[in-house]
Design a protein around this ligand. Structure first.
Ligand code: ATP
Length: 229
């Protein structure tokens, strides 16, 4: 499999504080990769460097063969780098339908397919985003990312802080996305669900990748050592 996203020795800083100390990982076409690690190990920072909310200070990030440091954000988005924004940001005063159509780019994902994936969004079509529950806002945020027809979707805190029933709906949707053309790099704290949906895991410790392998190879010993569970 050819890598769609490839990080090679990526470092990043918040001011003078170094947060990433050489992260190398790859996500292949159609692959779902879970970024794991205890609190503060650099998962969010890694996602931020890929979507260029934080510039990397060394190393290389390549997406679809292009060096992301030399690719303007709008071009990266057109190339298929999709992000589900932190905080599930949508346009609060626009309806569900308006939020989805505003994000639309040509491709297999359209309103019908997104609302079939998330039937709750279909039920709330005319409702303003601001009045949706946290879980529905996350569905809308994922739906908006899908409407851009990305090749790679970055998803941080996929289900955190959401009601259990809604979390299950989101995991079910992510499982449905698996096996298609879409690649996903995702972060979450629910180890069990994460391991069930991801093909491969990359574990970060103190800002560096320390283990990578198939999620099926995550032994209790490894999860205890690196994830404290
Ligand atoms: P969590 O699971 O708690 O979200 P994480 O693995 O996503 O953790 P990051 O948020 O990437 O970890 O944090 C990595 C390191 O960078 C931590 O030491 C953290 O304190 C630091 N850090 C994160 N954001 C900032 C910031 N805005 N300014 C300064 N340091 C930061």
């Amino acid at each position: 499999m050819t890598a769609l996203l490839e990080l090679d020795g990526v470092t990043a800083h918040y001011g003078h504080v170094q947060a990433l100390f050489g992260v190398s990982l790859s996500v292949a076409e159609g692959e779902v990769v879970a970024l794991m690690g205890r609190n503060g190990m650099g998962k969010t920072t890694t996602i931020r460097t890929v979507c260029r909310m934080l510039p990397h200070t060394a190393g290389r990030i390549a997406f679809a063969g292009a060096d992301l440091a030399r690719t303007p954000s709008h071009k990266a988005a057109r190339m298929g780098l999709g992000l589900v924004p932190e905080g599930r940001r949508c346009f609060p005063n626009l309806t569900v339908t308006e939020n989805l159509t505003a994000a639309a780019r040509p491709g297999p994902w359209d309103m019908d397919r997104v609302t079939a994936l998330f039937p709750r969004l279909a039920e709330r079509r005319g409702q303003k985003a601001a009045t949706l529950s946290g879980g529905e806002q996350q569905m809308l945020a994922i739906g908006r990312a899908l409407m851009t027809n990305p090749r790679l979707m970055l998803l941080d805190e996929a289900t955190e802080g959401l009601a259990p029933v809604v979390r299950q709906e989101i995991w079910a949707a992510l499982r449905q996305l698996k096996g298609g053309a879409l690649s996903i790099l995702l972060v979450d704290k629910s180890m069990k669900e994460l391991a069930a949906v991801a093909d491969r895991a990359v574990i970060l410790e103190r800002g560096a990748d320390v283990w990578t392998g198939a999620t099926g190879a995550l032994t209790p010993d490894l999860t205890e050592r690196y994830l404290g569970v």
